[in-house]
Design a protein around this ligand. Structure first.
Ligand code: HEC
Length: 210
């Protein structure tokens, strides 16, 4: 090939790339980068397939090694209410202020898309998290952490059939600020016939509460 032709080819390549980059920039800047948006069906399907493929085969086919007992489910429930409900909600719907503001959002874990994942896949996701999403890795490589994650796998299987009583029980296990605990104690004292009316919380109620 003549040097002149090569130069022409190179220049048109650069021009094409610049055009594509400019179009992509215009497309993104016209839509913004809001995390409030909902990923499209294709994006979700591709991301889930890629994530599935990223779980090593050996891990995917693992069965929960811990037998399900009331104690195991209770431990899973307490752990979920404490560490997971901020994003996933006590009922697994993902409808919390944080969950709804993430991109991608935590899925409704009661639905078949999550329930059809294998024990091994659920365990792997809990232990290792999901890159480029809000889902953190919880495992630290210890036996204790693995045990806690298997408890959570059992609890996730129970999400579709949680009773209103169990959900109420979980509300009592959700993390609370010292101010909220103080106010609850004061309210209890007031209701039991104490003198002082419950004080207002010292921090003003913030507007981001949903
Ligand atoms: C900071 C927010 C956040 C917290 C806290 C969190 N998660 Fe997640 N989780 C997410 C997001 C976002 C996704 C979706 C990831 C994706 O799209 O692949 C997710 C996905 C998952 C999935 C995969 C479900 C599916 O069908 O794709 C499981 C299982 C899961 N989380 C379990 C847990 C458990 C158990 C805990 C607590 C130990 C927890 N998560 C804590 C944000 C969170």
């Amino acid at each position: 090939m003549k040097p002149k032709t090569l130069l022409k080819l190179l220049l048109s390549g650069v021009a094409l790339l610049t055009l594509v980059a400019a179009a992509a920039f215009l497309w993104i800047s016209s839509r913004g980068i809001s995390a409030r948006a909902e990923p499209g069906r294709i994006e979700t399907a591709v991301a889930r397939t890629m994530r599935g493929l990223a779980v090593p085969r050996r891990d995917r086919t693992r069965k929960n090694p811990i037998a399900v007992t009331p104690e195991v489910l209770a431990a899973g429930m307490a752990h979920f209410a404490d560490h997971c409900a901020a994003c996933h909600a006590n009922d697994g719907s993902g409808e919390t202020a944080i969950g709804l503001g993430l991109y991608p959002k935590p899925p409704d874990m009661r639905l078949p898309a999550t329930q059809s994942l294998t024990d091994g896949e659920l365990f792997y996701i809990i232990e290792n998290g999901v890159r480029l999403t809000g889902m953190p890795a919880w495992g630290d490589g210890t036996k204790e952490s693995a045990e806690a994650s298997w408890h959570l796998v059992h609890f996730i299987r129970k999400l579709p059939t949680l009773t209103p009583e169990e959900l109420q029980q979980m509300q009592g296990m959700n993390p609370r600020s010292p101010d909220e605990v103080r106010q609850e104690l004061e309210e209890q004292r007031f209701l039991e016939g104490g003198d002082a009316a419950p004080p207002k919380p010292s921090a003003p109620k913030h507007v981001h509460g949903r």
